[in-house]
Design a protein around this ligand. Structure first.
Ligand code: ATP
Length: 337
């Protein structure tokens, strides 16, 4: 048996003259949580809908559990979905909501109820089965939506921006619950969000999309620490993108010289704000100093341009106008172009 749960082969989706997905190749392993992340309009929702069967590809193929489902309607794919609006039936109890899927697929009512109760217990909702959705918190409603998807034992579960309707304060908790349930049940999950922190927090791997194509695929640490393009560096977290030139392995930009190795020629380095140290005195100066509670953020007017620097609250502070110099280690600089 193959370990691949979902595969895209050369998938293209066009709407008239607009191309939403412009040729995607991707394999998702069983038990993996993969997130599609990217700016508005990059094609992440369309990619999710192509797995669900809510859209059919214009070109290429989609495989689920080894079966070519490219032309199969949604009803013939064993895929569960959790939407941002939960889409719970408001007039049905929690129990009826979860038992609904098995019941319409012909499971006896008593058995559907027994299965629903078991799943509700597993997602931490035991005792709430007789409530209506409106009588639950946002986080609890989200768990009902997850329970309703997993009671069907899907090959794949899809999450479409599942936290958009959850109170900002609850989001961290709910995303941890989703991740814990996905791990506990060994579910293969595909998750769509435009929030990079959420993607870093929940994913085994992240697929960053840009204008219908895959810009980079990797673990959260791969993307944050080893971005391959300026777009990725800038999209995942904050990055200083510094343009210069490499000659004999030495990168040079005005006021910045780093031994990075590699090919000679024009180069762009990505350096994270928290990787830059500041020392007192020098030819650069502090343009702004912002207190953010957990850290200080400085904008430094350097010869190479404005540089964002993030430092711990515990370190000595710098004042606006103060002369400083940047201390950058070559191991913290990544060539992204
Ligand atoms: P968002 O975060 O804004 O939802 P997205 O990354 O999910 O964006 P998609 O919804 O996949 O993006 O859309 C990708 C592109 O395809 C967009 O340019 C969009 O306008 C276009 N598109 C999506 N659905 C349709 C449709 N039914 N008809 C025509 N164009 C569409």
């Amino acid at each position: 048996m193959s370990d691949i749960a979902i595969e895209f082969r050369g998938v293209v989706k066009r709407y008239g003259s607009a191309t939403a997905v412009a040729g995607i190749d991707l394999s998702i392993a069983k038990g993996e949580l993969v997130t599609f992340l990217g700016p508005s309009g990059c094609g992440k929702t369309t990619s999710l809908r192509l797995i669900a069967g809510l859209e059919l590809p214009s070109e290429g193929q989609v495989f689920i559990a080894g079966r070519d489902v490219s032309r199969a309607p949604a009803s013939e794919r064993n895929v569960g979905m959790v939407f941002q609006s939960y889409a719970l039936f408001p007039h049905m109890s929690v129990l009826e909501n979860v038992a609904y899927g098995p019941a319409i697929r012909g499971t006896r009512r008593s058995e559907a109820h027994a299965r629903a109760l078991e799943i509700l217990d597993q997602v931490g909702l035991a005792g709430l089965q007789d409530r209506l959705p409106a009588e639950l918190s946002g986080g609890q409603q989200q768990r009902v939506a997850v329970a309703r998807a997993i009671v069907q034992q899907p090959d794949v579960i899809l999450f479409d921006e599942p936290l958009s309707n959850v109170d900002a304060k609850l989001r961290r908790k709910v995303r941890e619950e989703i991740r814990a349930l996905q791990r506990r049940f060994g579910l293969t999950a595909v998750y769509v969000t435009h929030d990079q922190e959420e993607a870093l927090a929940v994913s085994d791997r992240i697929v960053v999309m840009d204008r219908g194509t895959i810009a980079q695929v990797g673990t959260p640490a791969d993307l944050y620490e080893r971005p391959e393009t300026p777009f990725i560096a800038d999209f995942i977290g904050d990055a200083n993108l510094i343009e210069g030139e490499v000659l004999k392995g030495q990168f040079s930009a005005p006021g910045i010289h780093l031994d990075i190795g590699g090919q000679s020629g024009k180069a762009t380095l990505s350096i994270r704000p928290e990787r830059i140290l500041l020392s007192r005195g020098g030819s650069d100066h502090v343009l702004s100093a912002t207190y953010l509670g957990s850290r200080m953020e400085y904008v430094i007017a350097a010869q190479a341009g404005e540089i964002l620097v993030s430092r711990s609250i515990a370190e000595p502070r710098f004042q606006v106008g103060e002369s400083v110099s940047l201390v950058i280690s070559s191991k913290d600089a990544f060539r992204v172009a």
